[in-house]
Every structure is written in C-alpha cells, then in structure tokens.
Design a protein around this ligand. Structure first.
Ligand code: NCD
Ligand code: ZN
Ligand code: ZN
Length: 350
C-alpha cells in the first residue's frame, strides 16, 4: 500500500536567503511556518561583515517573525579580505555565530565584497579552525576563461583541495552542490565536510532552463547542469549519508530583476520545498530517508539537536495559491514551479 502521510522531525534549512526590509517580511513566514531553523546567508547589500551587523540583522529577522512561529535564525558572517579574526573568536564564544560564508568575488549575487586573494583571509581561517566555526563555500571559480558549467569542478581542484590541505581541521560545507564531481569529492574526502543540496537542482537540468524559450525563473548559480549531474545529486540526497543535507538556497528576487535583459540569479522555492522533496524522494523509492536529508543530517553536522516536534506531509495537490507570486512592495516574487506539478503538501496546523 502506498503511504498517504509521512510524519518527520521538523526540518531545517541549512542555506537560506531572507534578505531584509519588506522582502524579509514577505518571505520569512513561508520558511518559518515549516522549518525550525535556517542558516541565514549574509549577502545583503551591504553584506553582514561584523558581529555588530550580525546581531542587528538577527534582531530584524526575529522582529519580522509572525506570532506563533517558533523559528531560530542561525547567523553567518560574510568573509571579506578585511574580516577581523577577533570577531570569529567572539562570535563562536557567545554562540551567536554559526558559520562564515566564502563568496569568491564576483561568483554570484552580491559577492563583490568577497575574496579575491586567499592569502589575505588565512588568519580568519585559522581562527575559524581553532574555534571550530564551519566555512560555507560558494564553490565556483570566477575565472572568465572557465566555462560556466565547469566552474564548480574547477573550484574543487584549484581552491577547495588546497584550502582543506592547509586547514585540515576546518569544517567545510560545499553549498548547493550541483555536479557529479562535487558529490564524488564530498563522498570521498577525508575530514569534516558536508554538502547542501537544493530542491530545484534535484528537479531540473540545464535543458529545462531553455525548454520552450528562456526561463529566467530557473536561472540560479551554480547553474543547473546536465541530466547525469541531476541524477548524481538525487543519489546523494536519498542515500541517507550524513554528509548530504537540505539547503534550499531559496533566493527571492523581484520579478522585474529576473525577467530582464540581464536577469539575476536565484530560485525562490521556500513555499514548496518540502512538497518538492517528498515528490523527489517518492520517485526515488526513498520516502523513508527524507527525514535524514531534511531533518537529521544537518543538525548532526552542525552539532545541534534534532528538532523535537514534527511536521506531516500528506499526499494531495498543494493549496491552489501555493504557486501565486508572493506580494512584496515594489513587485512580487515568483515561486519555483516544477513542470510536472506537485502531489504532496505540508499538512497545515488545525
Ligand atoms: N543561488 C543564487 O543564484 N543566488 C543567490 C546567491 C547564491 O547562493 O549564490 C542569491 O543571493 O540570490
Ligand atoms: Zn551561492
Ligand atoms: Zn545561496
């Protein structure tokens, strides 16, 4: 008999963009209705570079939480060539700093303040290794000579392997892994490494971005790759292996910024993440391993307890308005919509 409901420990999102201001207020409730915690990305304009900025941003997130939502934002600092190593020690000691994010300068949305010269951030990486603060990497090289579809694999060879050799005790997460090479590296590497996987990279390949015309709402970075890579990501996600866990990379942008002559990168999936995952895990015959991917492996990697309460997924079409644009002053945000539709939904509290 096929299951019609699935109850799992409340999931967490280990890679989320909440933005700020009106956008934060519009998108946060869609995450906090379902997820217990999220690693909040620091690529605001300007980015979150100091513990003072981090505390203020955390306060704005908590202030934007709807009544009745129990949600813990786990805060990150944006690594720059001028990051103060003392901020790392202070943030780790107080428990306010969950991780530090490395954006190679120019790699993605709001990454201009990122790292160009890795020698300049060595003292910060040393402080992180000493205080056991994880380094989260946007793993793409920015060398324009490297083809966009190869940038993740080249990053592993040119940046990640040497960096981990120099800092063998540093905990590292390859964020939004998109390739067979990324999966193979994370599976085989020694030491403490994990990888987040997004729902959209489990559902689309690069051809989908151009199916019937150019579809800017499927454009994100790292860009979706060939089908063989999507299948490798699926195998990793459903494997149950502790190194792979959910990071939605839900990245809202105003529709006008995506539907543009130079559209920006990011897929907004927060309202449909768990329905998408139930679909993927069912297709893979692995619904029994969804809880590990979404609720257990992440806390284990970050050294946190699994959430004590649960959510229930049920078979059935999601509410008809789930794909409606999310209203934000100055223009809406388009929700990720798989072509095949969705046949699971999160049960709403009675
Ligand atoms: N993933 C994306 O395409 N965009 C993210 C940045 C990022 O995670 O690289 C964003 O902030 O919009
Ligand atoms: Zn990224
Ligand atoms: Zn991201």
């Amino acid at each position: 008999m096929t299951e019609t409901t699935l109850t799992i420990a409340r999931p967490d999102d280990w890679h989320l963009h909440l933005r700020d201001g009106a956008m934060l207020a519009a998108v946060l409730p869609l995450t906090s209705a379902v997820f217990g915690r999220a690693i909040v990305m620091p690529n605001l304009k300007p980015p979150i570079r100091t513990m003072t900025e981090l505390r203020a941003y955390r306060g704005r997130i908590l202030a934007a939480l709807p009544d009745g939502h129990v949600f813990q934002p786990l805060m990150t600092l944006y690594l720059t060539e001028t990051t103060d190593p003392r901020d790392i020690g202070e943030g780790a000691a107080s428990g306010e700093l969950s991780a530090v994010k490395l954006y190679p300068a120019g790699a993605t949305t709001n990454s201009d303040a990122g790292v160009r010269d890795f020698a300049k951030v060595r003292p910060v990486l040393e402080a992180m290794q000493a205080a056991d603060v994880p380094l989260l990497v946007h793993g793409e090289v920015t060398d324009p000579a490297v083809d966009i579809f190869d940038r993740e694999a080249v990053f592993i060879e040119r940046v990640l392997i040497p960096l981990r050799r120099d800092f063998p005790g540093l905990r590292v997460v390859m964020e939004h892994v998109t390739t067979r090479e990324g999966v193979a590296y994370v599976e085989g590497a020694e030491g403490r490494i994990g990888a987040t996987i997004t729902p959209h990279h489990l559902m689309i390949n690069r051809s989908d971005i151009f199916r019937g015309g150019i579809r800017p709402h499927l454009y994100c970075l790292p860009i979706a790759k060939r089908e063989e890579h999507r299948l490798a990501l699926r195998r990793a996600a459903v494997s149950g292996k502790g190194r792979f866990f959910l990071g939605t990379d839900s990245a809202p942008h105003p529709i006008g910024d995506k539907e543009s002559a130079c559209g920006c990168a990011g897929v907004f999936n927060a309202p449909v993440t768990m329905a998408c995952l139930a679909q993927v895990f069912e297709e893979e015959g692995a619904l029994d391993r969804l809880e590990r991917f979404a609720s257990r492996n992440g806390p284990a990697f970050y050294g946190l307890p699994v959430n004590e309460d649960t959510i229930t997924l049920e078979r059935g079409a999601p509410a008809s308005d789930i794909f409606c644009d999310v209203a934000v002053e100055g223009g809406g945000v388009r929700v990720f919509q798989p072509d095949a539709g969705l046949s699971w939904r999160v049960r709403q509290a009675a």
